[in-house]
Design a protein around this ligand. Structure first.
Ligand code: C2E
Ligand code: MG
Ligand code: MG
Length: 671
């Protein structure tokens, strides 16, 4: 990972090194240049003063020396005097050696006598001085023969300086060695101090910037971590369901494709299990969405607890889950897993203090197949699941080809439904309800039928869910209300005694804001009085949005319509809603009536519901009354109205008229 402070440290330390190196080179060069210039100037001044003090006195010697050999020069008596003067002049100065050359480059004098007579005519310093410009160079000598002693480890500057006569002509060249060791040492120590100072300043700057960079590095790293965590979270969210944290449909599509490819490559088989909760909507509607969410989480955990680590489970949507099993030894393994899941689900769950039993339906399909697409497998498992749901709750089914035909039939039915209303294929049947006291018809319930062009009469259980799924229920529901009102008004006009007519309203229809206006216009168009119309609502539709439900019920009550709760006792609803809802009737669910004479629990529940209705001043209707025992029991319990095949099956309007007319004729006969 990129570490800003490490890069900063390396780069800035290299930078500091280079800066200090260049600085020291530059400083050294500058100091040396200054030293050389100063020393050349000093040597020039000194030389001129030497020359002035000795030239006149030794003019003859200097002139002669040009023609003499080295030995002859050395033997000249003036040399000694010159030597003495020079040495005395050099005392207490930095000059350690003086040499004088004539214009031919011959050494005519040197404070080191051994050098007298040597030739310097080719020396570049000499040649430059001879041309009129002093020349200096600095050298380090381990050993140097100065005029008094041998000096060691010295820095010397030797300057070639031209000496001019009165006409400004060069008459000789002096070479002067000055000992600049202390100056060089001073220069070195100054250089060291400056470099140390610069280093210290750069060091402080480095530390200061390092702290900033380290902080920045820290912030960048934290931001990177945060970004990575966010990316990870987004990746997770994209591939997982937020409620159960199980992989979602997106993840499923990828994994099933991989699983199919693996199965084909290794000649293995796998299974796809499609799981769907039975009556989940009921839990959601009755106990609320929080309870529904809790249930889904529990279901997800339970499914996982039945699987191996290598098996995969996904939540596709709502209450739909999918399991992928790979490397199956036989289809039996898939049914074992399905059985385990069903067993696990059979354990009750506590939701909002209610003990709820979850049932689940499972469809299984085996892969790979000729059509190896994820979609077709999912479709097969889905079809098998629907079949399982139909057969029994808490059941699993393997996909077989013929199921596809049935699924297509459902699809066909859905398509046919789209045109059923325009084609006048719907019709209403009417079932009577009798007064428990008199056993006379006191009310009618309108029940829809679909007159399918090829399949014949279809009962509502087969198409109401399809109408709800497709949204056609709004249009068809309005048609039912309008037709029932017109029929009731028509009967009144025919002289049939006024009867209450009830119409079933589905949950989706009840939640539709246009329900009130539909009812109002159906009443005004038909001329039926509102008190003759009763709407049957199922208890599951109240809990979802209780306040809206209460408001809608009050609005309906305001126009005079009667309300009843249908299939009472079949949902998970709280009984407390009964005191808040302005309903007139409770219709006790058929399932309690069915086994009244054989099941003591049903007897107890029915008795309790009747007592509850009485204490709340609600009229009670029992539906599904098929035999005399049931009728007798319900009459004893003072149930108000009875409905069931014992009295009449649902009948088309014209047959009901006959029945009603027949009854009213009987009534008018003297007993
Ligand atoms: P529901 O409102 O509870 O209607 C009673 C159902 O029980 C009717 O079935 C009726 O034929 C049946 N039934 C009546 N007496 C007996 C009996 O003694 N024994 C047995 N075994 N059954 C009896 P149907 O007509 O098939 O209607 C089924 C359900 O479809 C209705 O239940 C109602 O919830 C719904 N439904 C019917 N018509 C409409 C409608 O126009 N709109 C809406 N939204 N739902 C409707
Ligand atoms: Mg009903
Ligand atoms: Mg009912």
């Amino acid at each position: 990972m990129f570490k800003l402070n490490r890069y900063y440290s390396i780069a800035s330390l290299i930078g500091i090194g280079i800066a200090v190196f260049i600085l020291s080179l530059f400083f050294n060069q500058l100091a040396l240049q200054t030293l050389m210039e100063n020393q050349t100037r000093a040597n020039t001044d000194l030389t001129h003063s030497f020359a002035n003090s000795v030239w006149q006195q030794f003019d003859v010697f200097f002139t002669d020396a040009s023609q003499l050999s080295a030995n002859d020069i050395k033997s000249r008596s003036e040399l000694k005097a010159l030597q003495q003067i020079m040495r005395s002049r050099m005392k207490n100065t930095t000059i350690v050696k003086v040499k004088i050359y004539n214009l031919n480059g011959l050494t005519i004098f040197s404070t080191d006598p051994s050098q007298i007579g040597s030739d310097k005519s080719q020396n570049p310093g000499f040649l430059q001085a001879k041309s009129g410009t002093p020349a200096s160079e600095i050298t380090f000598r381990n050993e140097f023969y100065a005029f008094e002693k041998v000096i060691v480890d010295r820095n010397l500057i030797s300057s070639y300086i031209p000496i001019h006569d009165s006409q400004q002509r060069i008459k000789a060249v002096f070479e002067v060695y000055s000992d600049v060791t202390p100056l060089v040492e001073h220069m070195d120590s100054t250089q060291q101090k400056i470099i140390l100072g610069v280093l210290a300043a750069l060091g402080v700057l480095y530390i200061f910037l390092y702290l900033i960079v380290r902080r920045a590095d820290c912030i960048i790293r934290l931001q990177n971590l945060e970004r990575e965590a966010n990316e990870e979270k987004m990746r997770f969210q994209a591939y997982h369901d937020s409620l159960t944290e199980l992989p979602n449909r997106h993840a499923f599509i990828e994994r099933i494709d991989e699983a199919i490819k693996r199965a084909v490559r290794h000649s293995e088989s796998g299974a796809l299990l499609f799981l769907d909760l039975d009556r989940f909507k009921l839990v959601n509607d009755s106990l609320g969405h929080d309870a529904g969410d809790t249930l889904l989480k529990i279901v997800a955990q339970r499914i996982q607890s039945c699987l191996r680590e290598t098996d995969l489970v996904f939540r596709l949507s709502g209450d739909e889950f999918v399991i992928i099993l790979e490397d199956l030894k036989s289809p039996e393994t898939a049914s074992n897993v399905a059985r385990r899941v069903l067993q696990e689900m059979a354990k009750p769950v506590m939701l909002n203090e209610y003990e709820v039993i979850i049932n689940i339906s499972i469809g299984i399909t085996i892969f790979p197949k000729a059509d190896n697409s994820a979609d077709s497998l999912l479709n097969e498992a889905d079809i098998a699941m629907y079949q399982a749901k139909k057969v029994n709750q808490n059941h699993f089914e393997f996909y077989v080809e013929e199921m596809n035909t049935r699924a297509n039939e459902r699809f066909q039915l859905e398509t046919d439904l789209q045109h059923a209303l325009q084609n006048n294929e719907f019709t209403l049947y009417y079932q009577t309800k009798v007064s428990a006291d008199t056993l006379q018809t006191c009310s009618l319930e309108a029940l829809i039928r679909w007159n399918h062009p090829t399949k014949g009469l279809i009962t509502p259980d087969h198409f109401i869910p399809l109408l709800e799924d497709t949204g056609l229920i709004y249009e068809v529901g309005s048609w039912v209300i309008r037709t029932a009102c017109q029929q009731a008004q028509h009967w009144l006009k025919q002289g049939i005694p006024a009867l209450r007519l009830s119409v079933n309203v589905s949950a989706k229809q009840f939640r539709n804001p246009s329900l009130l206006s539909t009812v109002k216009s159906a009443l005004s168009e038909s001329g039926l009085k509102a008190e003759h119309l009763e709407l049957e609502l199922t208890e599951t539709m109240f809990i979802d949005n209780t306040e809206h439900a209460i408001a809608t019920m009050h609005l309906l009550k305001e126009i005079g319509v009667k309300l009843s709760i249908d299939d009472f006792g079949s949902g998970y609803s709280s009984l407390s809603y009964l005191k808040n809802f302005p309903v007139d009737f409770l219709k006790i669910d058929r399932s309690f009536i069915k086994d009244l004479d054989t099941n003591s629990k049903d007897t107890a529940i029915t008795t309790a519901i009747i007592a509850l209705a009485k204490s709340l001043n609600l009229r009670l209707i029992a539906e599904g009354v098929e035999n005399n025992n049931q009728m007798t029991f319900l009459r004893e319990q003072q149930c108000d109205e009875l409905q069931g095949y014992l009295f009449s099956k649902p009948l088309p309007a014209d047959q009901v008229v006959k029945q009603l007319t027949h009854q009213s004729t009987e009534d008018s006969q003297p007993v």
